[in-house]
Ligand binder design. Structure first.
Ligand SMILES: N[C@@H](CCC(=O)N[C@@H](CS)C(=O)NCC(=O)O)C(=O)O
Length: 284
């Protein structure tokens, strides 16, 4: 059932980057994903290997991370598989929006309950079920050693999915996450469309709220990097809400602010090695 089509593959550093497509029962569409497999994983036969899932931000496809993050040298060195999925269903979907903040490229990692989004925009189930099944059926990926990280909308996705599914992931980190989707304009727009006007339905998708409720406590530490020249810092990201929530819950949070860095993948590539090492240390 969880077969994948191998679209392309490229050798880089000490590993192979695969581009795959697979059918998702949740989104009812084919989904595009990149999967980096280090040689150390290919050569070992005694065990599958720790796997890090990356969730991208608004407007991204499965390729932004692959092309711009510069993650694979360190992943090869630490022996980590890295999986980078698309940010939404694509193609023949029942609904879309051309604002870049909703619809294709902007799935927000939630399961939509509202028309016209509900039939395809089931990104929480896609990431936490269909994607994992497809990866673990086809790659040397250890089901007991998964981590998750992401950027902006994907940082919100990584934090909320980890806190809502702590049995699935053992480590979590984020770059420039949307800290409180129910209080940020990007989040409010998406959650209203996908989940409706009843704000209680938004609560499981608000990272700061979940953190304040102690939902981050299964994770020993959460690492967050944030650029101080990020144009979205105050209006959309609000990292101070995560700091307040962590203090309320007694959660260990490694919040690192960086003078002069913006919201782009140049920022991500500057600190990606630290995130890979952070996860490698926790995933073993
Ligand atoms: N909606 C904004 C945000 C776009 C944006 O900065 N997207 C970030 C994620 S929130 C990104 O990773 N863009 C793709 C890239 O830099 O490769 C816009 O369209 O200007």
């Amino acid at each position: 059932m969880y077969s994948v089509d191998f679209v392309a593959q490229h050798r880089l550093y000490d590993g192979i980057l695969y581009f795959i497509r697979h059918d998702s029962p949740a989104t009812q569409t084919p989904m595009s994903v990149s999967v980096f497999v280090p040689d150390v994983a290919e050569k070992r036969t005694d065990a599958p290997f720790a796997t890090l899932y990356w969730l991208s931000g608004l407007t991204c496809s499965a390729n932004n991370f692959t092309e711009k993050a510069g993650a694979y040298r360190k992943a090869a060195e630490r022996g980590l598989v890295i999986v980078a999925p698309d940010t939404s269903p694509r193609g023949a979907v029942a609904a879309d929006d051309d604002s870049g903040e909703l619809g294709q490229g902007a799935g927000f990692y939630v399961d939509a309950t509202q028309a016209p989004w509900k039939p395809n925009y089931q990104m929480e189930t896609y990431i936490t079920h269909d994607l994992i099944e497809a990866i673990e059926a086809n790659f040397p990926s250890d089901p007991k050693r998964r981590g998750i990280f992401g950027h902006s909308m994907g940082g919100h996705g990584a934090l909320t999915l980890a806190m809502n599914h702590p049995h699935l992931y053992r480590s979590v980190s984020a770059f420039s996450p949307i800290a409180s989707s129910s209080r940020a304009p990007w989040g409010q727009k998406a959650l209203a469309a996908y989940l409706g006007q009843d704000h209680t339905a938004w609560e499981p998708y608000d990272a700061a709220l979940l953190l304040s409720q102690g939902k981050g406590l299964p994770f020993d530490t959460i690492l967050i990097d944030q650029g101080l020249s990020d144009p979205y810092l105050e209006a959309h990201l609000m990292p101070d809400l995560l700091e307040q929530a962590a203090a309320t819950a007694g959660q260990k949070l490694m919040m690192r602010y960086h003078e002069g860095y913006d919201h782009s993948y140049y920022f991500i590539q500057s600190f990606i090695d630290d995130h890979i090492s952070f996860h490698a240390e926790r995933l073993g």
